[in-house]
Write a protein that binds this ligand. Structure first.
Ligand SMILES: NC(=O)C1=CN([C@@H]2O[C@H](COP(=O)(O)OP(=O)(O)OC[C@H]3O[C@@H](n4cnc5c(N)ncnc54)[C@H](OP(=O)(O)O)[C@@H]3O)[C@@H](O)[C@H]2O)[C@@H](O)CC1
Ligand SMILES: Nc1ncnc2c1ncn2[C@@H]1O[C@H](COP(=O)(O)OP(=O)(O)O)[C@@H](O)[C@H]1O
Ligand SMILES: [K+]
Length: 501
């Protein structure tokens, strides 16, 4: 978050005091009003920590109170709450209580004075506990902590987060759900579960990466003018339709099947012939001019896809290819994996191939390498528990890319693509949990391998492949279960959707 902080500081220096917070609060209040539908007469509870995140909540609360909402701020540290925000809420006739709801910490919103004096003012606020207020609210605004949060929530904050979780009210998180790590998407302890997160200036990584993404609900970005001062070189980037459309390999008048690229698929085994068929099904939709298959499942492949060039003589003797895919359903065939890893063309290593490939041989490769593990496979490669990868996806993808000197596409609920050279990690914005079905990873490896053969870099092939695959998953599922072959069939629709957009 240092980049965001630096940009904020730079912008603040150019703007009148508090201008950024006013922009943030205005956007936050508008989003709350949209969610409420009718502001007048609604009951809004603000959970207010002692930083600027709480300040945003207080100012937004003041705006809602002026529109007729009954607004109560629950202050975690009454003596340290944002003074300006508290004053604004007070002037708008909002109410203030301490987190315990007790008279000692509670303060009248009608009283005068600064934040420091609030704690000492006798309470005329409701004697209801914070818990009761939250339970009766129509909307809870989480301003406990934003990008200044450190570690898991403290116990008093945790209690408020838990109360918000039990409430029937909609929960709006200010900037990010309190308790999630803004930089990494990690959630170490309790955190607020929001229906909507209103974030300021830029999407924080924690809003895009699981598990934190789950806590954010839908995310609304409020432009506070940071774009003009944010440095280039963000930590994360997400491709959009237009980016993908530019990268898709589309044949021209001069193209022939070889110039379009030939992708070799070394996959499948007697035990798992289906993996070969599925990888080929993805490869045929990825833009390469021809698909070669080597392995023991040639008959099954030909039966389903007669256009495949099938060979059973091993990768070396299969004829020229511009990129290889190795590993899906490969079983224990380490020899084939070693042969492919030694090839001087781009190679995608997936599934069993990840386990069978020799790490030094992968590192020694000079042509691009794209590794496509899921969390379990990534954990095995890193020698850590699967949970560690699931809780720290960004770090795991980066670490693997550095260790293997390879581009790493980490699959799962959030798909990330990290390049060994560093730079922004790509987070895939498409996809659906319906893709969590056996064999859909095989389709992805064929698809991304085909894009590699067509000439895309490993980073582009991985991220474009994941984008089309995710979109295909959504089209194929449309709210109902899918098989991996349905996903492969829908890749053409995804391609058209992107290309003709
Ligand atoms: N800068 C700008 O221009 C703009 C910034 N904006 C807004 O400011 C936010 C950043 O504000 P910030 O820097 O004041 O930090 P913030 O997120 O409120 O957290 C600090 C507070 O949290 C507390 N705390 C920490 N860890 C905790 C824990 N585990 N559990 C519980 N409490 C914990 C910590 O307590 P302390 O350690 O001091 O005791 C301190 O009180 C940003 O997210 C955005 O919303 C917008 O208005 C746009 C313009
Ligand atoms: N919860 C989820 N949400 C979205 N996509 C998911 C989820 N779980 C898995 N996926 C996607 O489904 C595919 C599964 O691939 P993989 O784990 O290799 O399965 P298989 O080996 O059976 O083919 C990947 O593209 C992955 O990103
Ligand atoms: K928050």
């Amino acid at each position: 978050m240092e980049t965001v902080r630096t940009a904020e500081r730079e912008l603040m220096a150019r703007l009148p005091d508090g201008a950024l917070m006013q922009r943030a609060a205005a956007g936050l209040a508008a989003a709350c009003a949209d969610l409420l539908g009718r502001v007048y007469g609604s009951r809004v509870v603000l959970l207010v920590g002692s930083g600027d995140n709480g300040g945003d909540a207080l100012y937004a609360g003041a705006r809602l109170a002026r529109r007729g909402a009954g607004v109560t701020a629950v202050l975690l540290a009454p003596e340290r709450a944002h003074a300006g925000g508290l004053g604004a809420l007070r002037r708008a006739a909002g109410r203030v209580v301490g987190a315990g709801g007790d008279a000692g910490a509670a303060a009248s919103a009608g009283a005068t004075g600064t934040a420091a004096s609030v704690a000492s003012v006798a309470s005329v606020a409701s004697s209801a506990s914070a818990e009761e207020l939250i339970a009766r609210a129509d909307l809870v605004v989480d301003g406990i902590v934003g990008i200044g949060g450190k570690g898991g929530l403290r116990p008093d904050a945790e209690a408020l987060a838990a109360a918000a979780g039990r409430a029937r009210a909609a929960v709006v998180a200010v900037d990010l759900p309190s308790g999630v790590d803004a930089d990494t998407g990690e959630v170490r302890g309790a955190a607020v579960r929001a229906d909507l997160t209103v974030t300021f200036g830029t999407h924080k990584p924690g809003l895009l990466i699981d598990p934190a993404r789950e806590y954010a609900g839908s995310v609304r970005l409020v432009d506070i003018g940071l774009g003009e001062v944010l440095p280039d070189g963000a930590e994360l980037e997400a491709l959009q339709h237009a980016d993908v459309a530019r990268l898709l390999p589309v044949p021209t008048g001069e193209s022939d099947k070889y110039r379009r690229g030939v992708v070799g698929i070394a996959a499948g085994s007697d035990r798992y012939p289906g993996a070969a068929v599925l990888a080929v099904s993805g490869a045929l939709r990825g833009g390469a001019g021809a698909v070669r298959y080597v392995g023991p499942a040639g008959d099954a492949v030909i039966a389903r896809f007669p256009e495949t060039l099938v060979s059973d003589r091993g990768p070396h003797k299969a004829g020229r290819v511009q990129a290889w895919v190795v590993g899906p359903g490969a079983g224990e065939d380490a020899g084939t994996v070693a042969e492919v890893v030694a090839a001087d063309v781009p190679v995608l290593i997936d599934a069993d191939g990840l386990r069978l490939a020799d790490a030094d041989a992968v590192r020694a490769r000079t042509a691009p390498t794209l590794m496509t593990p899921h969390a379990g496979e990534a954990a095995a490669l890193l020698g850590v528990a699967r949970e560690e990868v699931e809780h720290g996806r960004l770090a795991a993808a980066r670490e693997l890319a550095a260790r293997y000197d390879a581009t790493v596409l980490l699959k799962g609920s959030t798909t990330l693509v990290a390049d060994p050279a560093g730079g922004a990690v790509r987070v895939n914005p498409t996809g659906t949990a319906w893709l969590a079905t056996a064999g859909s990873g095989d389709v992805l490896s064929g698809l991304a391998g085909s894009l590699l053969a067509a000439g895309l870099s490993a980073l582009d092939a991985g991220s474009v492949g994941a984008y089309l695959h995710g979109l295909a998953g959504r089209f194929a599922a449309d709210g109902a279960p899918v098989g991996a072959h349905d996903v492969a069939d829908a890749i053409r629709r995804a391609w058209r959707d992107v290309y003709l957009d």
